[in-house]
Design a protein around this ligand. Structure first.
Ligand code: OOG
Ligand code: MG
Length: 261
């Protein structure tokens, strides 16, 4: 298969798996030639399919595997990024319908609102200066692979297990908040489930944002003004289950919650 056909083929496999809600064995089992470079091309094509055929829009990016807890949970040790589209955002305090998903998990995160274009290789401070707001967030991941079992290229091709996310109320002027070591708590039905610190997110969530910009720069890309960025989970992800409510509270930033039905 020629390269463009291969990219198309792999992107279609993942897109169909997402729509059919039936997990598959990881791509590298059958396509050992899938490397990181090809994986980001497959991710790109998968997002274009969603834009061209499903009317979605790009609204931001997510960083993944930025914490030691997540790297350990997934057995993969490099940060990666994926794309957020308009269909992935759930409203704060709304309900997620489990029937639409495969085997979703939820994780506590911090999100940024980037209000000035970010490109090149900024420092964490420079990246933060381009943001007008920050908030407590949760990401719902739903790997298209059996048992979330994947290698780095597999998960990158699969848009880093992206499924959805929910944002708490935006807090303005993030530059005035010390984001380096904020306590983070994920509760299930008001019982503590996971504890973490914003320090677990690439040592500082703004450092994760700066790393995202640098990784995008290597692909000739930048973050547009108005984009949302999820900086990465602070703890391991936990399975989403019906009839439960999941709430993340971040010190200084407040809370966000969502139910599953
Ligand atoms: C990959 C996505 C990781 C994060 O915040 O670390 C991620 C996965 O765990 O399936 O979103
Ligand atoms: Mg995440």
């Amino acid at each position: 298969m020629q390269l463009p056909q291969k990219i198309e083929h792999l992107a279609r496999i993942l897109d169909q798996t997402r729509k059919a809600k039936k997990e598959i064995v990881k791509l590298t089992d059958n396509y050992p030639e899938l490397d990181l470079k090809l994986a980001y091309q497959v991710q790109d094509r998968g997002i274009k399919i969603r834009i061209e055929e499903q009317g979605e829009k790009i609204i931001g990016y997510k960083m993944g595997l930025t914490s030691k807890a997540k790297m350990k949970q997934m057995g993969v040790a490099n940060p990666i990024y994926g794309v957020l589209t308009s269909s992935m955002q759930w409203q704060h305090a709304s309900q997620v319908e489990m029937d639409h998903l495969i085997h979703p998990k939820i994780e506590p995160e911090i999100a940024f609102l980037v209000s000035k274009e970010l490109s090149g290789r900024p420092t964490a401070d420079q990246a933060l200066q381009a943001c007008s707001a920050v908030c407590a967030a949760m990401e719902i991941i739903d790997s298209r692979y059996l048992n979330f079992n994947f290698t780095l290229p597999d998960v990158v091709a699969d848009n880093c297990s992206s499924c959805g996310f929910v944002l708490g109320p935006w807090i303005k002027n993030p530059i005035q908040i010390d984001l380096s070591n904020l306590g983070m708590l994920l509760e299930i039905d008001e019982k503590a489930s996971q504890f973490g610190s914003s320090a677990a997110i690439y040592e500082h969530p703004a450092q994760s944002l700066a790393e995202l910009v640098t990784m995008l720069d290597q692909q000739g890309k930048k973050i547009e003004a108005g984009s949302i960025v999820l900086a990465g989970a602070a703890t391991a992800a936990i399975p989403l289950q019906r009839n439960q409510t999941f709430k993340t509270t971040v010190q200084e930033l407040g809370s966000v919650w969502i139910g599953a039905i």
